[in-house]
Design a protein around this ligand. Structure first.
Ligand SMILES: Nc1ncnc2c1ncn2[C@@H]1O[C@H](COP(=O)(O)OP(=O)(O)OP(=O)(O)O)[C@@H](O)[C@H]1O
Length: 606
């Protein structure tokens, strides 16, 4: 499957019509460069000045031949002034060009910085449903490689192409002024270039798109392999992954080769050949015009200037065509970035509603991820502020889905979820995230200090951080680290046990001073001892924070005020542990007894 279809809902880049691809790239470039419009305009003006200065060289040469060399009129001061003028003009043109290249390269870098920040910020604001489809490595590739490719667009398009077009126009105008018929002969080069570029595009475009896709797949496999290294090594999958990587790498190499071959055969050689051909044609035309008689002085000057200008027409054309390979890559990169930027962001609630006490009301909640495949059916549940509710059920019964809706990761049907009487989507985003905390199943830790992992960028005082850590019973293990709260925890919290990581994740959720705390199977990966610590922490929070805990381990929610048993997306049973255990052959009772049996079995086996 092509990479783009995996991570976006938009059509894959290779299916975009050429015009749209171009518009996408142009839009992205203009938007990112917009703050520096003045610099671009100045750059263009300076390039025109440089091109005019360069046109002066051959004209000076013609003047020298016509007026001084052929008539053998050795007026040293005038000749010296003419040569010096041509030299100064040439040097000034080179200097201007160098300065502009430096300035435009700076502009390119700043624009790419803006694009990259935009793309990253955009990715952070995408709805959770996007990440159901996203593949990490591919996304990273969009934010890094593809935006880098866009940089070439600025330098190539704004500088090399623009400069070449201006030099070309200058040379053509000078030729037009010298001899318009000869200029027309030279102008035949232009349609030839159009044909070459068209042929090149036809040949290389699929290879360029494929190369970028394959690069993105290489990144994806790399990221996936590093993420799953323990499984990969334990299942001895390294050789298979290696072979798959080598296959992708080979395909990438082949498509790059195809691009390079198209480049090598089509672009420079054809134009070099045209250069020689044109010089021959122009000399021939001169020869046939003079028809056996000696050329006039005027003609010798013109032919000198013309041969010079042909070089100045061919070189920019070579530059322009050579840039097409880069341009092609950069356009595909830009279009890929743009496709990602077009993904709709999650709506941000700017409403003023507030969570005050932490009461939750769910009324007639129905939900489906995919049309026609309902996951939750008519859920009714009222949770009083400060109470502790457990949600249990078989795998696939809809527990995580219910939590995702309560957390606004997916939009719930209007009016079906209220917090303290306010519809959940009418609560301002910042306030909502402050008041609603989450402890996920996998404790996600940054490669940063314990403190940073608790604050997550929020401005919290040391007292607030410590209070949260104490409430989560994480303080002692943090304080025991050599640098206390400032100890770097390593990537993914590698220096801590799973239980310790989970306690820090709980501290993080509590540091925001939430009114509601959601736990998504937060105890499923930790040992019984740590589970008891978590239970103690939850007990201490009772009455202050509303706790909704999905639990695979029923012991975690045994003491809850109420336990909701979900079955195929419906509430099958509801009550306290003892009430549910009293339902004969009830779902909860069966789940509980099964779990007890599982726990006893290893012991009896030992
Ligand atoms: N992002 C999604 N897109 C489409 N379907 C989904 C998505 N997430 C879950 N589902 C489907 O919704 C149903 C309920 O899944 P959910 O994850 O809510 O169950 P669960 O009770 O939390 O299961 P588990 O205990 O295994 O985590 C399942 O049939 C699942 O396949």
């Amino acid at each position: 499957m092509p990479a783009d279809t995996v991570i976006t809902t938009s059509p894959p880049v290779e299916q975009l019509p050429k015009r749209e691809l171009f518009n996408d790239a142009a839009n992205l470039l203009l938007r990112a460069a917009a703050p520096e419009r003045k610099l671009i305009i100045q750059g263009v003006i300076w390039l025109v000045v440089a091109a005019l200065l360069e046109t002066f060289g051959p004209l000076a040469g013609k003047y020298l031949i016509d007026n001084y060399l052929l008539p053998r009129d050795a007026q040293v001061p005038q000749i010296a002034a003419l040569i010096a003028g041509a030299l100064v003009a040439g040097m000034a043109a080179s200097w201007i060009r160098f300065m502009q290249l430096t300035r435009l390269a700076g502009l390119a870098m700043r624009s790419v910085r803006r694009i990259r920040e935009n793309v990253y910020g955009h990715v952070l604001r995408l709805p959770m449903s996007f990440f159901d489809r996203a593949i990490t490595g591919q996304l990273v590739s969009r934010v890094t490689n593809d935006t880098e490719a866009v940089k070439t667009l600025y330098v190539q398009v704004l500088f090399v192409m623009l400069d070449s077009v201006i030099v070309l126009c200058g040379a053509m105008t000078a030729m037009l002024w010298l001899d318009w018929r000869l200029m027309l002969i030279v102008a035949t080069l232009l349609p030839v270039v159009v044909v070459i570029v068209y042929a090149y595009q036809r040949l290389s475009a699929p290879a360029v798109t494929r190369s970028r896709e394959l690069r993105s797949e290489l990144n994806a496999q790399m990221a996936e392999s590093i993420g799953g290294m323990p499984i990969l090594q334990a299942s001895n999958a390294a050789p298979r992954f290696n072979a798959r990587f080598a296959g992708l790498n080979e395909a990438h190499y082949q498509s790059r080769q195809l691009e390079i071959r198209a480049n090598a055969w089509l672009l420079r050689p054809v134009l070099d050949f045209m250069n020689v051909l044109l010089v021959c044609v122009v000399i021939y035309v001169f020869g046939s015009r003079s028809h056996g008689t000696a050329m006039t002085a005027l003609e010798v000057g013109v032919i000198y200037a013309f041969i010079n200008y042909i070089g100045r027409v061919v070189e920019p054309l070579i530059q322009i065509t050579m840039q097409f390979s880069q341009l092609q890559q950069a356009m595909v990169g830009a279009a890929r970035v743009n496709v990602l930027l077009r993904e709709a962001e999650a709506p941000v609630a700017v409403a003023q509603g507030e969570v005050t006490a932490g009461g939750i009301a769910i009324d007639h909640l129905n939900f489906e991820y995919l049309p026609g495949r309902p996951v939750l059916h008519d859920i009714d549940l009222h949770i009083a502020p400060g109470s502790f509710v457990g949600i249990v059920g078989h795998t696939g019964s809809g527990k995580s889905t219910l939590l995702s809706l309560l957390l606004r990761f997916y939009p719930a049907p209007a009016g079906s979820i209220r917090l303290d009487g306010t519809p959940v989507d009418a609560i301002g985003e910042d306030h909502f995230r402050d008041r609603v905390g989450l402890v996920p199943q996998e404790p996600f830790l940054l490669a940063a200090s314990a403190r940073e992992n608790i604050t997550m960028g929020r401005t919290l005082s040391d007292e607030q951080v410590e209070r949260a850590a104490r409430a989560a019973h994480a303080h002692d293990s943090i304080a025991a680290l050599e640098g206390g709260y400032h100890t770097p925890l390593g990537e993914g919290g590698a220096r801590l046990s799973v239980g310790q990581k989970q306690l820090i994740a709980i501290a993080r959720a509590l540091a925001g001073d939430p009114r509601i705390l959601f736990l998504d199977e937060a105890t499923s990966h930790i040992d019984s001892e740590t589970e008891q610590i978590v239970q103690r922490a939850l007990t201490q929070l009772r009455g202050k924070v509303t706790i909704v805990a999905i639990a695979h381990r029923l012991s975690t929610v045994r003491d809850a005020d109420r336990i909701v048993v979900l079955n195929h997306g419906r509430i099958a049973e509801l009550g306290t542990h003892s009430e549910l255990m009293a339902i004969d052959n009830g779902l909860y009772q069966r789940l509980y007894l099964l779990q007890q049996l599982e726990e006893e079995e290893p012991e009896s086996a030992a």
